[in-house]
Design a protein around this ligand. Sequence first.
Ligand SMILES: Cc1cc2nc3c(=O)[nH]c(=O)nc-3n(C[C@H](O)[C@H](O)[C@H](O)COP(=O)(O)OP(=O)(O)OC[C@H]3O[C@@H](n4cnc5c(N)ncnc54)[C@H](O)[C@@H]3O)c2cc1C
Length: 516
Amino acid sequence: MSTIAAKDVPVGGTPVLIVGAGPTGLVLALWLTRLSVPVRIIDRAAQPGTTSRALAVQARTLELYQQIGIADDVVAGGVKVPALNLWVSGRQRARVRIDAIGQGLSPFAFALVYPQDAHEHLLIEHLERAGVRVERETELVHLEQHAAGVTTTLRTKAGEEVFETAYVAGCDGASSTVRHQLGIEFPGGTYQGYFYVADVHASTPLANDELHIDIEDVDFLIVFPLKGSGNLRMVGLVHEHEKPDRAVTFDDVKGRAVDRMQLGDARANWCSTYRVHHRVAPRFRDGRAFLLGDAAHVHSPVGGQGMNTGIGDAVNLAWKLAAVLKGEAGAALLDTYEPERIAFARRLVDTTDRGFTIVTRQGRVARVVRTRIVPAIAPALFRLPAMRRLFFRTVSQINVSYHDSALSEGKTGAIVAGDRLPWIKTNGSDNFAPLAALQWQVHVYGRARKELEAACSALGIALHQFEWNKAARDAGVRDGALYLIRPDGYIGLADTEADVSRLRGYLARFDLQVVD
Ligand SMILES: Cc1cc2nc3c(=O)[nH]c(=O)nc-3n(C[C@H](O)[C@H](O)[C@H](O)COP(=O)(O)OP(=O)(O)OC[C@H]3O[C@@H](n4cnc5c(N)ncnc54)[C@H](O)[C@@H]3O)c2cc1C
């Protein structure tokens, strides 16, 4: 494995400073550490978050976690949701099973709920095991870029510190100091009204590990299962006119919920309100500084996408930074971070915006759609295998693709470079197992030509040959074609002819020195 060039390690510094130890910063730190890049990760808070906040851990996030060996711990800590129930004004109107909704599409074919505080603790534990500690009560207050690196000013308990680094990763949340320091705006808006979120304990038949969504004329309520008998998370709306002058308490909101959803003795452990914004920064990068997670994009929690998108940003940047720092790729590789991630963030803000508007819009038409049309057609639609697959593909983020990226070249039938590598079961294993190497690799389903075997060996790139089977055919890959897979599991090059000169040309374009 190559090491980091001395020119990229500033005197007295570390090559990457990660600002913010929320889920985005922690995952970036974990991936970089696994890629042997020294990091410094700071957070101005004295301790990690203690509230549940984002709950949904999507299948794509679990796949990325599997690559660094932590997926099983996350799954073990969470609750797999077996079914989704639709209620209208306190009456159950439909129940749809979702326990194997993504069967055949991902090793993580289920919906997982895992509260953000527990999630962050687990990431911190794994990071500490890898020898990296989050430096708490350490705040970035200033940064200045120069040709060779970034000079940052940090406020610590011991006073101010000037710290030199090669790259800064701004994972410092919606009010990001890094973004302010770079002079990058955060255009968008703020929705009317508030969400309330409450973690409650209740003895109720609804505490059955299932998801319950109650739709009302001017309201909605979602009840998520949490680990432990009777533990639930409630999310609902507080309309602008209902908000008291003081902080909203559970007593202010529990009446409607308790009546409608038979949550008789519900007691809150935690209750909070938050305003929902929809904003995307126009740039995710300025020179040696990058924006990731909520620092770059915020949107409504509809669909449970926010935290997962930050984690996707972190992985996308991690392997690129590592390759450039280790001299395994030209600096142009870093130019691909922003276009790949900003395109997805913009699409996501648009779709969650539409979803949020449907859920919260007032007026007669909206009411009829919500309380009559949706409950009538949603269960039937959900029973159609094609709809279930489409729903899973979209919500789980396995459909996120980088077709327009400079890193994406070629197609083979339905598979287009920039797609996530489809998951294919093989005899006793699967085609995701080799992704744990976190390295570029060539996949061939069926037999690879001798010429390709020789070229991969000469280039030092791992060649994985998988049996040609029904799962491969169903996934859309072509027998004998060449698939060059990026360290994050996306297809960089797809070539039906398995043309060796095309592989060499691709690697040369980005100065990629692939290390097996
Ligand atoms: C009440 C609440 C409920 C939510 N519910 C949901 C939900 O149901 N579903 C969903 O998807 N999302 C939800 N979210 C949003 C979700 O929590 C965020 O999307 C997620 O935390 C983003 O992760 P992040 O790491 O990018 O940023 P954050 O989690 O915001 O982490 C940023 C970190 O940076 C630190 N920091 C900030 N400035 C500095 C600085 N200058 N120097 C050093 N450190 C700094 C902060 O202390 C913080 O720890 C909720 C948020 C809140 C507040």
